[in-house]
Design a protein around this ligand. Sequence first.
Ligand code: FES
Length: 108
Amino acid sequence: MSQLVRVGDVAEVPPGTGKAFPLGSLDVAVFNIGGELHALENACPHQGGPIAEGWLEGPIVTCPWHAWCFDVRSGKMTLGDFARIARFAVKVQDGGIYVDTEPMPEAI
Ligand code: FES
């Protein structure tokens, strides 16, 4: 069942950064883009690279393993619409980061 769970504190993810947090059986990568948080599964669709450790420039993160690039706001690959990272609803409350346990339902 889908529910929001606290994964960490907003202070752990300053603007312009990303950080991985455990969420059940997987990790989520939470990115702070100008004060707005976005959560993606912390697994690149290419070979599972830890996207939270990628290079973040604006809303675009570059996978640290083989440099595929994704828009963290949509989870979509920037070079074409053939790969996407699962997104999770995220909200901030009382300084905490809350992420939905189920990914957003969306088609490629
Ligand atoms: S695992 Fe991300 S680009 Fe290869």
